[in-house]
Design a protein around this ligand. Structure first.
Ligand code: PHE
Length: 457
């Protein structure tokens, strides 16, 4: 019977593409990528990030999708069955567990930032920033960060929106939503790019992103680039495994995954190319402004362009929708597992896991005000920065590395080949070599350099 029946399958390969793209494209592309690129000096960081996507991310993403489709359940139960099938140690199931935990940790801060974006829909719609100076826009963002009550309110609204879709079951709720959302999202981004091109300092924005200045890049920057490759592809925590579980059996995995990765990368680069020309055209805006970069640079632009109220409102709608379709995939692995094993209803599973993530999110809210001081820091980071670094820079790359090792070294080749029947023998072997020797080795190497760098300084 149907393991498949329990959660449903996507109506076609295209729905998987849209859903996986919906998961991948989110705050990571539009909010996080520009500000971490800004903090890490631009060009060289971007190059490392692109290499990590191509050499490490894509092979592991193919492996994770394949595991999901072969397991056909939540990541935890898929891994349990697949370890038995492979005759490997049950310890591999920890990949699923770590993923569920990472998903909730990420969702906790993701929801707070998405809440900012929801709030900015109404701020822009009211025309607050029409003809506003840079100082007014910056002050307005600082006011929001100081207002715990308001941040909690929007964080709660976003969390409820996420749970509402997941309760309906992702193959129904999400499958239909992404079909409409994704194309609109792409169109709006292109429009913003056109604005950056005509009104911003496009030349400087472009060279900031693509002029490789390696002296600006530290080993920590390399780790952030690696971590972001995982974060932006939704990789290493079971989201893609959970979505792969709903993929029709005859869909080609390799081609599909490459397409999703290309779309995701394009969105990040276009977002960067839209934002940095605006930043460089305004002296008070700094590329290294941190998590607020998006929320100060874009309102400045929208406030000073014709039609900015409509355009700006739409843009924050777009970011919120992109965040929404990603958040769904952060909670789905845990929900699917609770529904399968513990006889939970989807509603109960959502309330439980959403509640945990919501509570943890309060720590992120406080990181921008009451807990901003040094006495509350963990390893020199605020609570928000700590959770972000712990998940993106450590849990996701480690999860991905273990997935690569499991598929590359422990699963039977014949079982893998069965799922990957669309790939030519050459492509299949190339992928397997990357997965066995290259991807896990590079992740370990970056960790090793980081430790060495820490010890030597
Ligand atoms: N990929 C999403 C983004 O870029 C975030 C995410 C990470 C979603 C991990 C699911 C799993 O915003």
């Amino acid at each position: 019977m149907g393991k498949r029946k329990m959660h449903g399958t996507w109506s076609s390969r295209w729905t998987f593409i849209l859903a996986a793209t919906g998961s991948a494209v989110g705050l990571g592309n539009i909010w996080k990528f520009p500000y971490i690129a800004g903090e890490n000096g631009g060009g060289a960081f971007v190059l490392v990030y692109l290499l990590c996507i191509a050499i490490i991310g894509v092979p592991i993403m193919i492996a994770e999708t394949m595991l999901g489709r072969r397991g056909r359940q939540s990541p935890i139960n898929s891994m349990r069955d697949l370890t038995i099938e492979a005759g490997a140690s049950r310890a591999w199931v920890a990949i699923g567990w770590m993923g569920v935990i990472a998903g909730l940790l990420i969702l906790s801060f993701y929801s707070v930032i998405a809440g900012w974006s929801l709030k900015y829909i109404s701020v822009l719609a009211q025309g607050t920033f029409v003809n506003a100076t840079d100082d007014i826009v910056i002050a307005s963002f600082e006011t929001l960060q100081a207002n715990k009550g308001e941040m909690i309110q929007w964080h709660s609204i976003f969390m409820l929106m996420t749970m509402a879709v997941v309760v309906g079951g992702v193959t129904k709720g999400l499958g239909n939503a992404v079909r409409v959302l994704m194309p609109i999202l792409f169109l709006l981004l292109i429009a913003l790019l056109a604005y950056g091109f005509s009104e911003g300092d496009f030349g400087q924005g472009f060279s900031f992103l693509f002029n490789f200045k390696f002296d600006q890049l530290t080993w920590n920057g390399v780790l952030v680039a690696l971590g972001h490759a995982f974060f932006t592809l939704s990789l290493g925590m079971g989201a893609i495994m959970a979505y792969g579980a709903y993929m029709p059996g005859d869909a080609p995995i390799g081609k599909t995954v490459v397409l999703v990765a290309v779309l995701d990368t394009l969105v990040a680069l276009v977002a960067g190319l839209a934002i940095f020309p605006i930043v460089f055209a305004h002296e008070t805006l700094q590329p290294g402004a941190g998590p607020g970069l998006l929320f100060v640079s874009l309102p400045v632009a929208f406030g000073n362009m014709p039609g900015g109220v409509i355009f700006g409102t739409l843009f924050f709608v777009l970011i919120s929708l992109a965040a929404w379709s990603s958040a769904i995939s952060l909670i789905e692995p845990g929900v699917a597992w609770l529904v399968e094993t513990r006889k939970f209803k989807r509603v109960g599973a959502n309330l439980l896991l959403g509640g945990i993530a919501w509570t943890l999110g309060l720590g992120t809210v406080l990181s921008f005000n009451d807990w901003a001081g040094e006495e509350y820091q963990i390893f020199g980071l605020t609570f928000f920065e700590f959770v972000d670094a712990l998940t993106a820079n450590f849990m996701l790359p480690l999860g991905g590395m273990f997935i690569a090792i499991f598929v590359g070294w422990f699963m039977h080749k014949t079982h893998i080949r069965k799922e990957m029947s669309h790939e030519t023998p050459k492509m299949f072997e190339l992928w397997r070599v990357l997965l066995r020797y290259v991807s896990p080795f590079l992740v370990a190497l970056i960790f090793a350099f980081l430790v060495w760098d820490m010890i030597s300084s």
